[in-house]
Design a protein around this ligand. Structure first.
Ligand SMILES: [Mg+2]
Length: 198
């Protein structure tokens, strides 16, 4: 993996040479891909959410890139470091491999919100689209045909800002809290769906 400077964004392209011009399924991590644990820094607390594993396998088999995009403000807040983050990621990849599911790239933003000492105008912290755009460049993705799944409206807003065509608000994590805000993002070029992986 690499830290993208000057902003210190985690960038891990796990499938080098992924074919160009494919769509992606972007996935939030905490509360979407794994059970929500606030400021997760312990690999033994990683628990996969079954519905998303099935969706990852489907995407893998369809030639759709699977890209994790995760806000990790606990790093910027000093609660844990990149080493702890990497240990959690390693556990996640072990569990996914055992389930025959593959993540093609992962991005993490350590910025807290400005109210917690983070940079004003972060290009990467969702709802900003920077991690999606970076993945689009790194994997030569077709962003217009790509989708995002997440448990907050910030995940879906970031996908919309990156030019994706659809967002899925999952019912896990914070999902039921953000349904109204997610629905408000829908327009004629951005579909919003609720907890339906089909
Ligand atoms: Mg989340």
């Amino acid at each position: 993996m690499t830290l993208i400077e000057p902003d210190g964004i985690w960038c891990d392209v796990r499938t080098p040479g992924f074919p160009a011009h494919r769509p992606a399924l972007f996935l939030d991590r905490d509360g979407t891909l794994i059970e929500l644990v606030d400021y997760l820094a312990s690999p033994d607390k990683v628990c996969l959410i079954d519905a998303v594993v099935e969706a990852i396998r489907t995407a893998n088999n369809a030639g759709v890139a699977v890209v994790v995009v995760t806000n990790q403000s606990g790093i910027g807040r000093g609660y844990y470091d990149w080493t702890a983050f990497e240990a959690v990621q390693t556990r996640l990849y072990e569990l996914l491999m055992a389930a025959d599911a593959r993540i093609d790239a992962a991005y993490a933003c350590p910025h807290p919100p400005p109210s917690a000492g983070g940079p004003a105008g972060s290009l990467y912290r969702k709802p900003a689209p920077g991690m999606f755009l970076r993945a689009g460049t790194d994997l030569a993705l077709d962003l217009v045909k790509s989708r995002v799944a997440g448990d907050t409206s910030a995940d879906l807003a970031a996908g919309k800002a990156a030019g994706l065509s659809a967002g899925l608000l999952v019912e896990t994590g914070y999902g039921d809290r953000d349904l109204v805000a997610a629905r408000a993002l829908e327009d004629d070029r951005y579909d919003v769906a609720w907890a339906d992986w089909s």
